[in-house]
Design a protein around this ligand. Structure first.
Ligand SMILES: CC(C)(COP(=O)(O)OP(=O)(O)OC[C@H]1O[C@@H](n2cnc3c(N)ncnc32)[C@H](O)[C@@H]1OP(=O)(O)O)[C@@H](O)C(=O)NCCC(=O)NCCS
Length: 186
């Protein structure tokens, strides 16, 4: 059963019901919610998500596992990285991420995402990991490029989202690309 992952500054662990307040707080920041599926994120939704995560392991086909990202040494929850594994092909993954505004711009999201990629390729044996982002979401696009993702597609007016048609990028990274570009020393 999954317990945690560590990086120099972070601990990535499963969500617990005790994280609900922190989770609700940063997920409701307008800048964090802007390009996400939710308008508001209620304590009940957060509690239900934490409850589902208790018995879930990362890599479970057809499910999103949310890594709670805690900053060391105090282990305050500062964000999350979600990993979805395709229900039909268990070697295909997708990631998503949200970080509290005051912890952005410090390379912490990148540190967490690189660790989730390492885990996805080296431990779970995934073949490919993708991310779908709104074209206007510059910080997310920069994070993906910095983490080794390639832009594969730009779908125009692909989704009706918060009152308008929006363009979406698909980014992806393959296991062999990760190994060559980022995983050589890991
Ligand atoms: C997407 C998101 C996670 C990116 O967070 P971020 O903090 O900008 O990303 P990083 O961890 O890569 O940090 C990079 C920035 O930190 C800076 N930085 C400062 N110290 C650094 C360090 N020690 N190491 C690396 N970068 C550092 C970099 O220069 C960079 O700034 P720049 O983007 O202006 O060039 C964040 O904007 C977010 O949570 N957005 C809302 C949720 C969302 O839209 N998610 C996407 C949906 S899939």
């Amino acid at each position: 059963m999954f317990t945690s992952l560590e990086t120099p500054r972070l601990l990535l662990r499963r969500f617990s019901t005790q994280d609900v307040d922190a989770f609700v707080s940063y997920r409701n920041e307008p800048a964090v919610a802007r390009y996400q599926s939710w308008e508001t994120f209620t304590p009940d939704e957060a509690a239900e998500m934490a409850r589902l995560q208790v018995s879930l392991d990362p890599g479970t086909p057809g499910a999103w596992f949310q890594f709670a990202v805690a900053l060391r040494p105090d282990l305050e929850i500062i964000g999350d990285v979600g990993l979805y594994v395709d229900a039909d092909d268990h070697r295909l993954g997708e990631v998503g991420f949200s970080f509290a505004s005051r912890y952005q711009g410090k390379g912490l999201a990148c540190e967490a995402l690189l660790e989730v990629l390492r885990f996805s390729f080296a431990s779970l044996g995934l073949h490919r990991v993708k991310a779908v982002v709104d074209r206007r979401n510059d910080p997310a696009v920069r994070l993906l490029r910095r983490s080794g993702f390639r832009q594969e597609a730009l779908f125009l007016q692909h989704v009706w989202f918060k009152g308008a048609w929006c363009d979406e990028y698909v980014f992806a990274i393959l296991a062999n690309e990760w190994k060559e570009a980022l995983g050589g020393t890991r």
